[in-house]
Write a protein that binds this ligand. Sequence first.
Ligand code: R2B
Ligand code: URA
Length: 337
Amino acid sequence: MSKRKSEEHDNFYHYDDRDYECKKPNCNVTKFRNPDGTLRLRNPHIKKLRDGDFLYHLALGTKSHNLEEMFGDVKFVCMGGTAKRMETLANYIMKEIGYKLPTGSTLQDLTSSSLRFAMYKVGPVLCVSHGMGIPSISILLHEIIKLVHHAKAKDPIFFRVGTCGGIGLKGGDVIVSDSVIDELGNPYYQQPVCGKLVKKPAILDKKLAQELKSLSELDDGFEVVNGTTMAANCFYEGQGRTDGAFCEYTEEDKMEYLKMLHKKGVRNIEMEGTVFAAHTYHAGIKSAVVNVALLNRLEGDQVTTPKEVMMEWQNHPQIIVTRYIKRHLQNSSTNGI
Ligand code: R2B
Ligand code: URA
């Protein structure tokens, strides 16, 4: 492909749906996924790396590992903030989908020599920690997207299962985002690249968000809602808190801001949603953000919920996402996929 042509078709504005069909008439560049569901990497340089591709923060590489053998069967990637939560999730999924490890063995962190992220694999499900904030999850997204590409995993679906501050929701309630915005209300992730500000639309799969919401059950003991999520770069001032080390605004300013967000459909605030939605969308990956509210921000800023309650609440997004995974694995085994 000539430079000109590749530039034209690499511009995501030419692609109008999740399958990235090019809108140009008679265009033969159709998808960022191959017909078999494997990902086409939007980076021509990777193929040219002389010593293969090393995923530094995962301590895995195309030269040192057989990524296809290790990860080729991955169908779902679940990401959450902490290593412990991802280990718990992997063990929970293992029980729910009836996956058996050889007698006497336990799940191992597959990134053990990296010490940055932790990753557990349960059959077709990867559970990986992403740390806090956009820079941290962005590093992980680059490397996990390359991992599933190198592994030739087919049609992987990505989930972020996390925590957030709810707006007008109770602690323990779950928000499945149908859209994500930044602190200024922009529905995209923007980042300086080689001295220029580059924007990527932060788009989540609405159908997936609705399906996840529909998996809530009457006796769950928590609500599941769809809504807009705001991703902030800061836990304190960036989320309008008045309990940080600095605060040059009033309680009234904060309440006005939070109420304005609520009026615009924002139901929660967290710290990764924009880049998660933007990078998965850009890669042609279906994705969802499922967060549990740790507090109602209209009632305060401090997170003082007792640890045991918090641990229980943190299971709520995991319960919903695991139901989705279980249902889809059952359907694919019934359909012989
Ligand atoms: C939710 O919780 C973390 C901050 O406490 C952050 O990672 C987020 O999005
Ligand atoms: N995580 C956030 O980013 N904000 C909150 O209020 C709670 C958890």
